[in-house]
Design a protein around this ligand. Structure first.
Ligand code: ZN
Ligand code: ZN
Length: 329
């Protein structure tokens, strides 16, 4: 549908000309009506890069002409939670996941970004749009998940799920140089993708995962488990594959409540960390991309012009043709 080009509303807003966007699984949740907060008729899309077109009077962090990544989270930078790095819990009325959910997002030509001093990050000159495309959402999630998991070089790290967020998590876990990384993924196609691009990673399936992890770890289970799959049985699997006193980080979004089998877990002393992405490290992530330490470009398996976005949705939604991520240009 045609909509007018967005205009500045608040002095903290910026208008960004979108040069590349992507489709996220959360867009599919909106499409299927499973995001109650999503406003009907909203322009979806919360993962994008572009060029700043216009800024409000209070925007100092970026200027027109700057190439930028757009953060999935809108956050004020001033409240208690923002000050402590928990930007996902920002208490500003406009805070949280607004773009492409409660206000028009980025699968279009122009987007209004509120609280632009926090929500936009300049892309280094040597970094391309494709290299920076995932910085504001799935890569931010992977970076956050790896950070809060307190990974050491002695650890065996199990990552459950090798979808786009799972692979972004893998790339960020690799930066911590753990002793071993095991990926559990049910899709043969995705296991092959991991094997091809990251041959040092050990691979297993949900059925064999528990035995495989016991066999391939030093203390009867994984020292760190990162659950990124969100399938019916993966929360239980995460707890089962962890060794006593391990950290289990849950990044996945579930359709149903999950059960903690506490009687079976008594004495196992697990630490669970849960929640939504605190995407406040985009600047650091961009520096790591610039330095060649993170490369998410292999994940972009398909490219479509905006005029063919319906076909892009069809392929992404039905996981056709080996798709991991789609770029809309
Ligand atoms: Zn997303
Ligand atoms: Zn805040």
């Amino acid at each position: 549908m045609e909509k007018p080009k967005p205009a500045l509303i608040e002095p903290t807003d910026a208008i960004v000309r979108v040069t590349m966007s992507s489709i996220c699984t959360s867009d599919l949740h909106i499409k299927h009506g499973s995001v109650p907060r999503a406003v009907p008729g909203i322009t979806v899309g919360h993962e994008m890069v572009g060029v700043v077109e216009e800024v409000g009077g209070e925007v100092t962090h970026v200027k027109p002409g700057d190439r930028v990544t757009v953060n999935v989270e809108t956050f004020c930078g001033e409240c208690f939670f923002c000050q402590n790095g928990y930007v996902n819990n920002c208490t500003d009325p406009n805070g949280g996941w607004a773009l492409g959910c409660r206000i028009d997002g980025g699968q279009t030509e122009y987007v209004r970004v509120p609280l632009a001093n926090q929500g936009l990050n300049r892309i280094p000159d040597s970094v391309t749009d494709e290299q920076a495309l995932l910085v504001g959402d799935v890569l931010a999630t992977g970076f956050w998940a790896a950070r809060i998991s307190e990974i050491t070089e002695d650890d065996t790290v199990l990552i459950i799920g090798a979808g786009p967020t799972g692979i972004c998590t893998l790339l960020c876990v690799m930066l911590k140089r753990p002793k071993r990384i095991i990926i559990c993924e049910k899709s043969e196609e995705r296991r092959r993708f991991v094997e091809e691009h990251y041959p040092e990673v050990l691979l297993t399936t949900p059925e064999e995962c528990k035995d495989f992890v016991v066999k391939n770890s030093d203390h009867g289970g994984a020292d760190r488990v990162l659950e990124v799959a969100g399938a019916d049985d993966t929360f239980r699997l995460a707890g089962e594959c962890a060794r006593p006193n391990a950290i289990v980080t849950v990044v996945a979004l579930y359709d149903q409540p999950q059960v903690l089998p506490l009687p079976d877990m008594y004495g196992k002393n697990l630490t669970f960390k849960t929640g939504g992405v605190d995407g406040c490290d985009c600047e650091e992530v961009l520096r790591l991309i610039e330095a060649g330490k993170i490369d998410t470009t292999p994940l972009i398996t398909h490219r479509f012009p905006l005029s063919e976005i319906e076909e892009a949705y069809r392929i992404f939604e039905n996981k056709l043709d080996g798709v991991i991520k789609v770029a809309i240009v």
